[in-house]
Design a protein around this ligand. Sequence first.
Ligand code: GLN
Length: 545
Amino acid sequence: MNKTAKYIFVTGGVTSSLGKGIISASLAKLLQGRGFSVTIQKLDPYINVDPGTLNPYEHGECYVTEDGAETDLDLGHYERFSNTPTSQANNVTTGRIYQNVISKERKGEYLGTTVQVIPHITDEIKRSVKLLGQTGQYDYVITEIGGTVGDIESFPFIETVRQMKWEMGSNCAVVHLTLVPFLKAAGELKTKPTQHSVKTLLEQGVQPDIIVCRTEKHLNEGIKRKIAQFCNVSTDAVIESIDAQTIYEVPLLMRDEKLDIALLNSTNTPIPAILDLVNWERFVNRLKNPKDEVTIGLVGKYVELKDAYKSINEGIIHGGVENESKVNVKLIHSELITDENVAKKLSDLDGILVAPGFGGRGIEGKIIAIRYVRENKIPFLGICLGMQCACIEFTRNVLGLKGAHSTEIDPKTPYPVIDLMEDQKKIKNMGGTMRLGAYNCKLDPESICYSEYQKEFISERHRHRFEFNNEYRDRFQENGMRLAGINPEKDLVEIIELKDHPWFIGVQFHPEYKSTVKEPHPLFVGFIRAALEHKHARELFQMAQ
Ligand code: GLN
């Protein structure tokens, strides 16, 4: 395979949060549907080297790739849509660019020259973009530029786009995403913000090839013509992106608007006759026409933050579709759960997921919730910290060891059932030093997990510093907890499950990072199925009363 890649840049104007990530991922899906191979990259203009040390309040979820990069959550959308793994090279920040340039400067690679934004920083950005194309694997590299045009921070990135367009001609195209707001008082859609943001791009020397307009109402031909005229593009290159019921509908809406055709035309590529989105359409149909419904409680401490558990929410949706069920997710604030109110908060739910996290805030609420679902046999999925909390709860309430804890939260606990991993003990730097990325795991053939995955050897992605303390293994097994998955290389416990419970699973890894539309994760599929069974059993019981 030695393909020559074409480069597509996706920029944003007017405001942030327009959904550049979804548009990029949808475009990738359409190009894949036409038989092209595509990868998507995100350039983030902030100065952190990666988002790994950022608080979810700043940046939402931190997504983790197979090779252990801590990245922007848009990479999650890329993988969920394209079903192609991303890597370190798919998310590059200003901080990373400067770090590379400064380390080259220290090595003497620029000897004799003054190191400057242009050409040294822009050359480094160009190198990072072309790195993916040079693998020879892709027909298209789609690069989403974070932020909004006109931001001071994004200037070197936009300048790089200008240079690449100049160098590559029709092998490079720019898709600009803007907002066409509807002014209620005037009863009109307004094109002026789009005109201004395109002008900002033009001031930086970049003429967009395609303009995608986010809007609440349909754009008529007149509006499209107006935008085309003001922004030097043909009307076919003005694409409406109307608010959708679900993000998974966007590729279909973009197909109807012929975004792929506009793009192929602007990169001088013959248009393949077939656009195959059959499986995608099937998924969207099932999503929109569920036959059943369940309610899952998501227990975490970031309930007010929509993006903090992004991949988990998507994994739940995938699991729902596979079971032809709608899934309502009820966010439950772990800080507010007490022994007194736990039954009231959880008894009506069909399944409980306890979220990952760091630090002690809200942890007692998580432990109380887990005790309740263990004793009341409600389906449970604990992810990372959620699994660790299940171990703490079991140690305290089944093994009877009061004060058991994770040393992350209580370093002096007499029963450290969760403890710092051996290789973590000497680590001082916090950035990029957790146990990150894909690790192997061997499943116990007797386990529920084995029947969910239907195989013995799996690989899952991690992001943590603490682990199950092997000194507690025997006591766990003797008292009803199955150590269902073990990492063979380091002999780490990766999965626990209760034997005397219909579906109680805690995983040290993050299944949510690997769930895609094409391959919904077996644990989410199994969890939703167990929740449906729990709901039906409860309904039968209530009817019999
Ligand atoms: N804070 C825990 C650890 O570092 C769990 C991390 C997580 O939930 N991702 O081990």
